[in-house]
Design a protein around this ligand. Structure first.
Ligand code: HEM
Length: 401
């Protein structure tokens, strides 16, 4: 059977959102698919595409066979196939034993208690933000609401003073928008690195009541070591894309899904207890961090195919989260879905460090939206980020009514 072609290394293939049709075909006919090199694949290599839930899970849960430590660089808007220069250093691109050490230290900061303590401040900020939206007003939900809360949350976690937040998030945005090999991206990376170094020095000398201060001072139990300045700067830089970009896209994608289903919106308003399952469904539905790249550390026989040592393997959580073998009616957005064992936050050793914070942000934003005496309608054309690394809306024009 002829394989329908779609260049997954081309961010244009994602300009109308995630290409679900192609992945539904792959799951049915070519669950382990070899994606040939394309004009855009930066290093001229092909890569494996894993699309079924069970196969995706088998890669995530076997970090010894599928290594994270070469990363997968994002170039020119989205491809993450090329090896990264930062690979082997930033936590999400390391393997054990280094990953175990980094993760153990940052876990000291990301405790349930520390995350729950953020609820009050996030709620106050959300209320203030939503209060500014009046009936009849036209606004971009993605920019005004969905982006603001996660960015503030990361700044609170990192203990970035209020007066620096606009400047810093502006640098982060410009750095993310620029192609990663461009001089301009380098310039912002340098600015952010310098800023992070100053903050680390302040937190070292004068720890404050924030998660980053806890991490700066935390010691690895086995040898009493702390994170080095370089490790802390890398962690600082990782949290903006890993934490803010993803949650932003879940909030706007969840909002669009609810507006398109007025019965679900009304049901949530009548039964706020449903928000718990609704939040999980929003993460499954939007899966903003839609795929990852690993590298095979040895020859592996998998489902009748030979994956060779050094082969690049991509696995697609978004596709796994729509797998008909695991989810009933996977293309229905069901706020009461249970069970919902989605892979939106990954699994195994690299399981999302910020999942509790992301869940909290989604809960607070939707609780506060539902409490307001307003309904919303789409008022314009929602626009998708043409990006294959983080899928989601860059613009969601709404009217409050
Ligand atoms: C809806 C929001 C979010 C989604 C969908 C998401 C998704 C993910 C996924 C799929 C991974 C696994 C990466 C892998 O297997 O290589 C991951 C890891 C990670 N996430 Fe999240 N994330 C979200 C929010 C956050 C937030 C709010 C933070 C920080 C405050 C965060 C920080 C991280 C970090 C540091 C890692 C790397 C963990 C490691 O390598 O051990 N994420 N995330």
């Amino acid at each position: 059977m002829a394989v329908p072609t779609l260049d997954l290394s081309d961010s244009k293939s994602f300009a109308q959102g995630f290409p679900h049709e192609f992945f539904t075909w792959l799951r049915a006919h070519q669950p382990l698919y070899w994606h040939a090199p394309t004009a855009i694949t930066p290093d001229g290599e092909g890569f494996w595409v894993f699309s079924r839930y069970a196969d995706v899970d088998s890669v995530i849960m076997d970090p010894a066979a599928y290594s994270s430590d070469k990363g997968g660089e994002r170039v020119a808007g989205g491809t993450t196939i090329k090896d990264e220069v930062s690979a082997g250093k930033v936590m999400n691109q390391t393997d054990d034993p280094l990953h175990r050490r980094l993760r153990a230290i940052v876990n000291e900061g990301f405790t349930v208690k520390a995350i729950s303590a953020l609820e009050g401040e996030l709620r106050t900020r959300t209320r203030r933000l939503l209060k500014g939206i009046k009936a009849g007003e036209h606004f971009d939900f993605a920019q005004r609401v969905a982006r603001e809360i996660p960015t503030q949350a990361i700044c609170i976690v990192l203990g970035v003073p209020e007066e620096d937040r606009l400047m810093l998030t502006d640098w982060v945005d410009r750095g993310i928008e620029a192609p990663s090999d461009a001089v301009i991206a380098e310039e912002y990376v340098r600015k952010i690195r310098r800023y992070a170094q100053g903050l680390i020095e302040r937190k070292r000398a004068d720890p404050a009541d924030d998660i980053f201060s806890t991490i700066v001072h935390a010691r690895f139990e086995a040898d009493g070591s702390t994170l080095s300045d370089h490790e802390l700067r890398s962690f600082f830089g990782l949290l903006f894309p890993a934490g803010a970009e993803t949650t932003t896209r879940s909030i706007s994608g969840g909002m669009l899904a609810l507006i398109e289903r007025p019965a679900a919106w009304r049901q949530l308003r009548a039964e706020p207890a449903l928000l718990k399952t609704a939040v999980e469904e929003i993460v499954r539905w939007t899966t903003p961090s839609c795929y990852k790249r690993r590298t095979a550390t040895r020859d592996i026989q998998h489902s009748g195919k030979l994956i060779r040592e050094g082969d690049k393997v991509t696995f697609w959580e978004m596709s796994a989260n729509r797998d008909e073998r695991v989810f009933e009616r996977p293309f229905d957005f069901d706020i009461a879905r249970s069970p919902n064992k989605h892979l939106g936050f990954g699994a195994g050793v690299h399981f999302c460090l910020g999942s509790a914070l992301a869940r909290l942000e989604l809960k607070v934003v939707f609780e506060e939206l539902l409490k307001r005496d307003l309904d919303f309608e789409v008022d314009g054309t929602p626009l998708w980020m043409p990006n294959n690394r983080l899928v989601g809306l860059k613009s969601l024009p709404l009217r409050a009514k």
